[in-house]
Design a protein around this ligand. Structure first.
Ligand code: FAS
Ligand code: PHB
Length: 396
């Protein structure tokens, strides 16, 4: 079967769904092709913190109703060192705050908006392939229920994550990749118990990093740093709760409510960037182009800022035949991506225990955390990166 659209989007994660919704508000025709089932996509447990810029894009996309009702404004977070914590007041230091609202909910709201308007959102699209991306007649092929499909389009946007086909469609002599793989992962737990604190706690402890987060006043999300060799079966709930109590410190432990995990998983950590984020008629957005260690809560937010820039460029192109936004997309997006990569790499280095860390390196972490505790200036630097740098910083 053959069809035509203006923009073919590969991947129905936050990047692909938000881009499709933003293009719809601009009257631009698009189709989203997703390999997995809707249930699989909606079942993913991932990010939890939205920057104000991401909230603004979700408002612009017309999908922020539930977010406004159920999202938790967070004006600060806590940093703990060896069990003693202090607060970083983002609102006081930057005039801005973040919103705690799970990526699972964002995805659900975006899919519901697509289905309410009968949008072209195709699940279980198998064998998606990109064609003629360097030419003027790009198209995408895929199969569904044994039927072969071809979608002719003006542009293709790869929102297909780290393992998708889009980045792989860019010739190796064009693509340049940058990577750091961290010597540990995050073991995450989701449980229907109240959080141990009103705000997030990032903890640097001699036994390793821990994070106390949440999804709602009755649903908690916790993480501990673990060696990459760890197996999930070696971490029964009780062992994980004991480790969290040790690493988060006595105050958090005293308020910690234990309960059965409803999800438990280990994710590896990497910093990754692919340049450029455009080749011919193909654009990359979100995890298809970059990965950050989740420490800085940047992954989902970077995906949103990518598609916000791209939607702006596509709207100018179709409305005013002005291609400048599209021509500048890769450079503008990468400028912001690298600033978030730096912050996420720095924050991971500050809070995690590296296997090759000697006493001097540990003293450096302690000294930097004590400096941040003592200095408004140092806390302001941390706060403005965490809450999300203004777009103007990146556009230079
Ligand atoms: P996604 O990976 O979310 O979406 C890509 C989509 O493309 C998927 O639905 C996939 O099925 C689809 N796809 C792939 N190949 C395809 C093909 N061949 N054909 C069609 N479709 C295809 N970020 C944070 O800020 N905080 C966190 O705590 C955090 N935790 C994470 C935990 C895990 C396990 C992972 C993997 C990531 C985590 N992230 C976190 C980062 C995460 O939130 C991403 O930044 C975010 O999902 C990026 O969204 P997308 O770019 O849409 O990519
Ligand atoms: C989460 O709630 O999943 C979360 C929050 C903040 C982070 C990473 C993950 O930095």
């Amino acid at each position: 079967m053959r069809s035509r659209t203006q923009v073919a989007i590969i991947g129905a994660g936050p990047a692909g769904l938000l881009l499709s919704q933003l293009l719809h508000t601009q009257g631009i025709d698009c189709v989203v092709l997703e390999r997995q089932t809707q249930a699989h996509v909606e079942g993913r447990i991932r990010a939890g913190v939205l920057e104000p810029g991401t909230v603004a894009l979700l408002e612009q996309a017309g999908v922020a109703g539930r977010l406004r009702r159920e999202g938790l404004p967070h004006h600060g977070f806590r940093l703990a060192l060896d069990g003693a914590s202090f607060r970083v007041d983002m609102q006081d230091l930057t005039g801005r705050a973040v919103t705690v609202y799970g990526q699972t909910e964002v995805t659900h709201d975006l899919i519901a908006a697509h289905q309410a308007r009968g949008a072209a959102l195709v699940f279980q699209a198998a064998d998606v392939a990109l064609h003629d991306i360097a030419g003027d007649t790009p198209f995408v092929t895929y199969s569904q229920d044994g039927t072969a499909h071809r979608v002719d389009c003006d542009y293709i946007v790869g929102c297909d994550g780290y393992h998708g086909p889009s980045r792989a469609s860019i010739p190796p002599d064009v693509l340049r990749v940058f990577e750091r793989v961290y010597p540990f992962g995050w073991l995450g737990l989701l449980a229907d118990v109240p959080p141990c604190d009103e705000e997030l706690i990032y903890s640097n402890h001699p036994r390793g990093f821990a994070l106390a987060s949440m999804r709602s006043p009755t649903r908690s999300r916790y993480y501990v740093q673990v060696p990459l060799s760890e197996k999930l079966e070696d971490w029964p709930d009780e062992r994980l709760w004991d480790e969290l109590a040790l690493r988060l410190g006595p105050d958090a432990a005293a308020n910690m409510v234990r309960g059965p995990s409803i999800e438990k998983s280990i994710v590896p950590l990497r910093s990754f960037v692919a340049e450029p984020m455009r080749h011919g008629r193909l654009f990359l957005a979100g995890d298809a182009a970059h990965i950050v260690p989740p420490t800085g809560a940047k992954g989902l937010n970077l995906a949103a800022s990518d598609v916000g820039l791209l939607a702006e460029g596509l709207a100018a192109y179709y409305r005013e035949h002005n291609a400048s936004g599209l021509e500048q997309y890769s450079a503008r997006a990468l400028s912001r991506v690298w600033m978030a990569e730096r912050f996420s790499w720095w924050f991971t280095g500050l809070t995690h225990r590296f296997p090759d860390m000697d006493d001097f390196a540990r003293r450096m972490q302690v000294a930097e955390l004590n400096y941040i505790r003592a200095s408004d200036h140092a806390r302001r630097v941390l706060a403005e990166n965490y809450v999300g740098l203004p777009m103007a910083y990146a556009l230079g």
